[in-house]
Write a protein that binds this ligand. Structure first.
Ligand code: FUL
Length: 451
């Protein structure tokens, strides 16, 4: 249920530092909850995950490519943004760039006059979803990779094309993978690269391990930390591509006193690989719901990759899984069993009383994050309404809440629910408490509180 008057100041611990808080773009990004990743490129043809840059562009010919099908499927399944791999590590550009001949312009696709980026951007606009681009900093084809400034110039020229010629870009995705080249490892001028994006697309959010707007969650399994702060200490994740143990830990959990608001994005593929491989099959709707619970349900955003096949189309099995995922979300979250409960707050706890007992197996909580994320520990207790029992029993508990916290519980009869905030770094404002029926036992693969 939506709590009309948020429970202001359930606890009062003052912050010593000014709380990090989201920009309007970061807030809109998080509230969208779901974005679709589309990995398509030369690897789709070669059946590889990482090309080495020596591939011949003449092998690229996804004759039936239909970006409208990708965008329509995304919209129908509730995804708000589609992010396309305009360039992966192999350096093959899906748009006819002036910066290299290693692009669709040298392929037989659409007679050499095709532009996948344009088709995808237009399809998203037609379907009413937002469009983002992935442009791999690591480029195994560019001879200048590893030179520093010369390669930065190339990358910036490519970004300039992508950020100028294709309308509004919602998100720019900088992958953290880096490799050696004959010239060694590229030292990027990130200030210049990020400055270019800011200048050309001021409304875009920029993803990389190190932000600056949204951060990687630290793994590709679809699982955010059970403790997941949107704040982070920028000194712990100074540049993309750092994988020290403490970096990964910071990415996964964030930091309650982190000076930068940099919410976690959980990128994971519907199939084992990022690119389409004939031998692989997609996860089903129930497994996708699991991913939703361990990403969006842990204060992160889910960026789910759905790779087109060699014809340039999403396979029927993937489309069916996405529709099943949307139906399951509607089934689970479309009904809030707490709707109609009476709410009482004594300033430290919230008690919700239902007219009749219900049986639920999923609890959802949300915090008002416009002013920052503050809740650090909460407890939920239950009264089943049966006479004679001790009234309150522990039901579930956790640390962070943020945009959404979803917790599975064993099926439980509930007449009253008591939510207590035990620790907060600022005024705790719960904006939602929900009870749901998640039902299908076969979807309970993941333990809820594993880290
Ligand atoms: C990784 C890349 O190396 C993968 O190929 C994929 O693009 C994934 C989203 O990011 O770092």
């Amino acid at each position: 249920m939506i709590i009309e008057s948020p429970t202001a100041a359930l606890t009062t611990a003052p912050r010593l530092t000014e709380a990090a808080r989201p920009s309007p773009a970061q807030l809109a990004w998080q509230r969208e909850e779901l974005a679709m990743f589309v990995h398509l490129g030369i690897n789709t043809v070669t059946d590889r995950e990482w090309g080495d840059g020596t591939e011949d562009p003449s092998i690229f010919d996804p004759a039936d490519l239909n970006a409208r099908q990708w965008a329509r499927t995304a919209r129908e399944a509730g995804f708000g943004t589609l992010i396309l791999t305009a360039k992966h590590h192999d350096g093959f550009c899906l748009w006819p760039t002036a910066t290299t001949t290693h692009s669709v312009a040298a392929s037989p696709w659409r007679g050499g006059s095709g532009d996948v980026v344009r088709e995808a951007a237009e399809a998203c606009a037609s379907e009413g979803i937002r469009f983002g681009i992935y442009c791999s900093p690591w480029d195994r084809n560019a001879p200048s990779y590893g030179t520093g400034r010369e390669y930065d110039d190339l990358l910036i020229a490519q970004l300039t094309e992508l950020l100028t010629d294709y309308g509004d870009i919602a998100e720019v995705w900088f992958d953290g993978a880096v490799g050696e080249s004959a010239r060694g490892r590229q030292r990027y001028d990130w200030d210049r690269i990020i400055g270019t994006v800011r200048e050309l697309q001021p409304g875009a959010v920029i993803f990389s391990d190190a932000g600056p707007d949204v951060r990687w969650v630290g793994n590709e399994d679809g699982v955010a930390g059970a403790t997941c702060w949107s704040g982070i200490d920028p000194a712990r994740v100074p540049t993309p591509g750092r994988s020290d143990p403490w970096t990964l830990d910071s990415l996964r959990h964030g930091d309650p006193e982190g000076a930068a608001w940099r919410p976690a994005e959980t990128d994971v593929s519907i199939r084992p690989g990022w690119f389409w491989h004939e031998s692989e099959t997609p996860l089903d709707g129930g497994a996708l719901l699991d991913l939703y619970l361990t990403s969006v349900g842990r204060n992160s955003k889910l960026l789910l990759n759905v790779p087109p096949n060699r014809d340039g189309l999403l396979d029927d099995a993937d489309v069916a899984a996405l529709h099943a995922f949307a139906e399951l979300r509607e089934e689970v979250f479309g009904t809030d069993l707490l709707a109609g409960a009476a709410v009482e707050s004594d300033g430290a706890t919230l008690v919700l009383t239902l007219p009749e007992p219900v049986t639920a197996d999923l609890v959802t909580l949300a915090e008002d994050i416009e002013g920052g994320q503050h809740i650090a520990a909460f407890r939920v207790q239950v009264d089943d309404g049966e006479p004679g029992d001790a009234p309150w029993r522990p039901l579930t508990s956790g640390t962070t809440i943020g945009h959404l916290r979803a917790l599975r519980i064993p099926p439980t009869r509930i007449r009253r629910l008591r939510v207590s905030i035990d620790l907060a770094y600022g005024p705790a404002r719960l904006t939602h408490v929900g009870l749901h029926h998640h039902a299908r036992g076969e979807h309970r693969r993941r333990a809820d509180n594993h880290d």
